[in-house]
Ligand binder design. Structure first.
Ligand code: SAM
Ligand code: SF4
Ligand code: SF4
Length: 348
């Protein structure tokens, strides 16, 4: 039987963090235009010929898995618009080192793809849903398709996914009046809700600190509604802090903006064109596609990855928090110049 375990104790970054989880972006394209992620009219896309084939993506994931990565989250852009995604899921799921294979999706195409993804071996689904009001959804995403997302959640659960989660980015003056409604919806649907603080990532060109609803504020609102809200003890590596309501309902808050968790960050990101980023906020990535396509051996790719991670000292969200004046991370011109800086390219 395969011995998996703890990544080698020597394989740590400069802040002593192991490499355990990977966000794999399978496309930079998206069928929504969320205000906090893709607010512009026009975008510069990754050239199609540079997008990794399924085989290329899966072979890189195999190398990462040998180095200790056991959690993969498929993301984008919108991952469900990638053709043959189920085939990629199948390739990754057959690697016994991968213990957790999840997807984050906006849910629009989930109703038609949930069963194939479940059958292919996907473990978990997270659906991004920021509002329960169809008109608000349309204003927020520029598409009138709220009902499709709800159908997608139903279909995922019907297909067999037990652990469906709902991620909601909370923005002041946009949907901060829906905290309780979203929690109630999650409770009815038996899906854990995670509230995400609005982050000043690349692409969030309308971001400002005033629009951020902090974890402390969210807890205040929920305590007023439900009474005691208790923290749940955690393993320490997950981005969401979990809380429990008096009736046992569990929910999460991802407080990356006001309470960053870089010290325990075991995540990195691989874009659809094979650029490897050591931090969500990193300005530069490591090109794995070029050596892969030039015929680099597995040992050579492994050395490149080990050198990258062992030299890592990134703590982007903490550094952002230390700034006295905090404004958008990258200007629209900067994003046009290098679309890798976009959240929809890098994956959330
Ligand atoms: N399209 C898929 C989706 O929306 O679920 C996957 C990619 S999306 C970039 C991944 C996650 O990032 C989503 O949950 C989205 O809400 C979140 N996100 C995007 N921009 C954000 C921002 N400025 N602040 C906080 N979360 C953000
Ligand atoms: Fe919205 Fe996700 Fe698309 Fe960004 S990538 S615009 S968060 S659906
Ligand atoms: Fe990890 Fe960078 Fe996010 Fe900090 S900002 S938690 S180091 S990805």
């Amino acid at each position: 039987m395969l011995q998996r375990a703890e990544p080698s104790p020597t394989f740590r970054d400069l802040l002593n963090r192991p490499l355990r989880s990977m966000r794999l972006s399978v496309t930079d394209r998206c069928n929504l235009r969320c205000q906090y992620c893709m607010p512009e009219e026009e975008y510069v896309w990754l050239p199609r010929k540079e997008i990794l084939t399924l085989e290329e993506a899966s072979s890189l994931i195999d190398i990462f898995a040998e180095l200790g990565v056991s959690k993969i989250r498929l993301t984008g852009g919108e991952p469900l618009i990638r053709r043959d995604l189920a085939a990629l899921v199948k390739m990754i799921a057959r690697n016994p080192r991968i213990e957790d294979l999840a997807i984050t999706t906006n849910g629009l195409l989930l109703a038609e793809s949930a069963q194939a993804l479940y059958d292919a071996g996907l473990h978990r689904v997270t659906v991004s849903l920021d509002t329960l009001r169809p008109d608000r959804f349309t204003a927020l995403t520029r598409k009138d398709s709220h009902a499709k997302v709800l159908d997608g959640i139903t279909a995922a659960q019907r297909a067999g996914f037990k652990d469906v989660k709902i991620d909601s980015v909370i923005m002041r003056g946009v949907n901060d009046d829906e905290l309780v409604d979203l929690l109630e919806f999650g409770r009815q649907r038996n899906a854990e809700v995670r509230f995400i603080e609005y982050m000043d990532v690349g692409g969030a060109t309308h971001w400002s600190m005033e629009k951020v609803v902090s974890r402390a504020e969210m807890l205040e609102v929920l305590t007023r509604q439900y009474g005691r809200v208790e923290p749940v003890a955690s393993a320490g590596w997950a981005p969401a802090d979990q809380f429990v309501l008096p009736d046992g309902t569990v929910f999460g808050i991802v407080a990356s903006t006001t309470t960053p968790f870089c010290r325990t960050c075991d995540r990195s990101r691989l874009t659809a064109d094979g650029t490897w980023y050591l931090c969500l906020y990193a300005q530069h990535g490591i090109d794995l596609r070029a050596p892969l396509r030039a015929g680099a051996s597995k040992a050579e790719l492994t050395s490149l990855i080990v050198a990258g991670w062992t030299g890592r000292r990134d703590r982007g969200a903490e550094e952002r928090q230390e700034l006295r004046f905090r404004d958008v991370l990258v200007s629209v011109e900067g994003l046009r110049h290098d679309s890798h800086l976009e959240m929809h390219t890098r994956g959330g």
